[in-house]
Design a protein around this ligand. Sequence first.
Ligand code: FES
Length: 188
Amino acid sequence: MSHGRRAVLKAALGLGLWFSCLDSVPARADDARTARPQEGDRFVFPFGDREGQLVTLEDLPLGGPQQLAYPMDPGAKIVRNGSTLNLVALVRFDPAQLTEETRALSAEGVVAYSAVCTHQGCPVSMWQAQAKTLFCACHATQFDPRDHARVVDGPAPRRLPMLPIKLVDGVLTVAGGFTGRVGGERPS
Ligand code: FES
């Protein structure tokens, strides 16, 4: 296994542990940290050296990979990191590469999706550079971010919900709620 792939897998495993820890945070409906993204929210880095700093257009390489982010209420400066279901994947493309439906919910070619796999809820934290797809390492589902996160391969039963975004004074901003239910399949 190459060093790069080892590093990515390590990061994915780390995220898995981190997801487990955050899932133990009690969720309250009135807690802004656990509320789903709201119109007007901005995006911040979720962890690492730049945790809590705004994600800008310049932070997103054209053609991927994705940058994970949490929404933040810019007024109260509350990061909505109390629920793992709020983790978002931001990817930037040439707008001409997006399907019409996808472009309508994007800003300057940037698309935002729930980063929680619709299969069993793992973080969609990896990237397939050649196919330019979002990749869930748990059971190898690939989603096409240029086409509303259509499932290209793997067991996930549905697309990743999209989060409509817009630019406000040059800042990536949430324009509406997720287009569908976030999270994995519920056990029947
Ligand atoms: S949890 Fe993502 S493919 Fe199974």
